[in-house]
Design a binder for this molecule. Structure first.
Ligand SMILES: NC(=O)c1ccc[n+]([C@@H]2O[C@H](COP(=O)([O-])OP(=O)(O)OC[C@H]3O[C@@H](n4cnc5c(N)ncnc54)[C@H](OP(=O)(O)O)[C@@H]3O)[C@@H](O)[C@H]2O)c1
Length: 250
């Protein structure tokens, strides 16, 4: 029976992925992480019954605390089969509005914390093989004026995923990277406050994709940046056609 760690599990996409993966018969042990205990407890309540679910409210940028926790989990369960790096942060600003604090916070949460937890998990995972899935963003592959720190941190995740996919293949570790488009979560509200959340992709839809990717049928999709995006339905505009009277050239 497999053991799975999910970060960013207190709400949004991390919650949806935790719920979706809990439907998988071969995963029995879940360790769900975020800073907000309330949110984690709520997620736990939505996950499939009969699973062993441990939740830890932890700030992923407390690197040493995370290392200690992963070591304890690895020792308790013997290995860690799945690591799902979802936690993320956005405070979108233009270049001249971006402070060094904003830049550093964005990178500490979005990039450094993934490096830190992945390194610690791989110390166990390399013995048995396993799967790692990182959540990047479409903003990491196309320009986003005004989102400099966030978008570039997501590009870093795509690059890290591709490098690790090759580096860790000798251990039987598959590394996946998904880049969601707009998805109705609290983070999206920060990026696009005026958008109607009912018109865009829902977190559960991303959860379903991840469940499929990490199943046996997803074994040929590692090492690539997989875009997960829903086409937004356009309102059919009523088009008024004016026909010029015969003989009149307009
Ligand atoms: N929504 C979108 O449109 C979209 C599009 C592309 C990519 N993404 C990516 O998807 C991922 C999930 O985002 P979301 O949209 O689901 O946003 P969200 O609802 O705001 O969730 C963010 C999650 O990250 C956790 N988190 C943030 N900072 C943390 C820290 N220092 N330590 C531990 N946990 C931390 C939050 O938990 P706590 O606050 O409880 O710690 C929360 O569980 C992010 O990486 C985001 O960049 C989102």
């Amino acid at each position: 029976m497999k053991t799975c760690i999910v970060t960013g599990a207190s709400r949004g996409i991390g919650r949806a992925i935790s719920v979706a993966l809990s439907q998988q018969e071969d995963i029995q042990n879940f360790i769900i992480l975020a800073r907000t205990e309330e949110g984690l407890v709520e997620t736990k309540g939505l996950m499939a019954a009969g699973k062993n679910i441990e939740h830890y409210h932890i700030d992923l940028t407390n690197y040493e605390e995370v290392q200690t926790l992963v070591q304890a989990i690895g020792q308790k369960y013997g290995t860690i089969d799945l690591l799902i790096n979802v936690a993320g942060y956005a405070d979108p600003k233009s270049l001249l509005e971006t402070t060094i604090e904003n830049w550093e916070t964005t990178y500490r949460i979005n990039v450094h914390s993934i490096f830190n937890i992945t390194k610690e998990v791989v110390k166990f995972m390399k013995r048995t093989g396993g799967k790692i899935l990182n959540v990047a963003s479409t903003s990491g592959i196309t320009p986003r004026p005004g989102w400099l720190a966030y978008a570039s941190s997501k590009a870093a995740i795509i690059s890290m995923s591709q490098t690790l996919s090759e580096e860790l293949s000798d251990y039987g570790i598959l590394v996946y990277c998904i880049s969601p488009g707009r998805c109705a979560t609290e983070l999206r509200k920060i990026l696009a406050p005026d958008e109607d959340p009912t018109t865009i992709m829902q977190p559960e839809e991303v959860g379903d994709v991840v469940r499929h990717l990490l199943s046996d049928s997803g074994v040929c999709l590692d090492g690539q940046n997989i875009i997960v995006r829903k086409q937004v339905k356009k309102q059919t505009a009523s088009v008024k056609v004016e026909v010029a009277p015969a003989g009149v050239v307009k």
